[in-house]
Design a binder for this molecule. Sequence first.
Ligand code: ZN
Length: 326
Amino acid sequence: MFDFLAVTLSGEPVSEPSGQTETLDWQWRGEGILELSPRQPCETAAVISAGVHGNETAPIELLSQLVSELLSGERLLRTRLLVLLGNPPSMRINKRYVDTDMNRMFGGRHARYKPNDETRRAQELEQVMALFYRSAAAAGATQRLHYDLHTAIRGSRHVRFGLLPFQARPPAQSMLEWLDAAGLDALVHHRSPGGTFTHFSSDVFQADSCTLELGKALPFGSNDHAQFTGIRRALETLVSGEPLPAREAAAPLVHYRVVQDVIRSKEDFQLFVPADAVNFTAFSQGYVIAQENGRIYKVEADEEAVLFPNPNVALGLRAGLMLVKM
Ligand code: ZN
C-alpha cells in the first residue's frame, strides 16, 4: 500500500505517479502533493495541508493516516481532495524550515526573497492549488476549502486554536460550524493581509480557509494522538461528507480579533513579554508590550492577549500580535 508520508520523506521519485482504487483515482502531482478524486461528482474541493513547518509532525502524521484510510478503501471519499506536505526537506531534518519560513511568502511574496528551495516550493504550492481548484470547478465543485494544519512552538492558554485570514467577506457559517465541531478552543480573526498559505487561498480563490494550531510540536513518533481526536474526527467527516461530529471541548469557543501588530522595525527593539509566557497570556491596559526608537506599543484595551511573541524576528517582521475578545 502507498504510504504517503514514507514516500515523501524518502525523497525518491515515485514508481507509479497515479493509480486507482475501487472508488477513487489518485495522482502524485509532485513531492508530497497528492490529489484524490472520487468518481461521482461532488460539491466540495478541499485542500488540506500540513508540514509547511517541517517539525510540526502530529498534523503530518494525521493527514498521512487519513490518506491511507482513503486509499485502502476503509474510508469513503466524497470530496475532491488535494493533500499537501508543505516542506519535505525541513520535515527530513525535523526543523521548522531550512532557510526561510515559507508561511510568510505566499501570495507571490516569495519573489521578494533571495531564491532558494523554499521560495520555489511556495510558488509550486500556489500553482498546484490554482490548478486543483480550477479543475475541480470544471468538474462541478462549487465550494472551496483550505485547512492548513500546524502545531505551535510555545504553550498556549487555548490549546487548539484557528487563525482566520483577513478577508472582506464574513467567514462562512459552514466553516465556523466545522471549526467548532473540531473542538477548537479559540478562533483569531486577522485584520490585515499576510503571507500565510491560508491568506493566499482565501484571497485568490475565495476559499473558506483557516490555519489550525493543534497543540505543541514534538518529533515524529512522539505525538500523543489522543489530543487530536476532535480534529481527526472533523477531517474524516469533511472528506467523507458525513454529518459534523459533536463538539467534545468543555468550554465554548472564544473569538478574538487582532488589535495590534507588533513589528520589529529597529535594531533596538525590545519585547516585554516574559520568555515563558504562553500564547493568549493577557496584559492589562497601559502595560508596555514593546519599545523601540520612536515607538512604544502599549495595551490600549482593558485587557489584550499576546499571540506568537518572538523578539528575535528579522527587521520588518512581526514580533507578536495583540488580541481582544470579540
Ligand atoms: Zn506552523
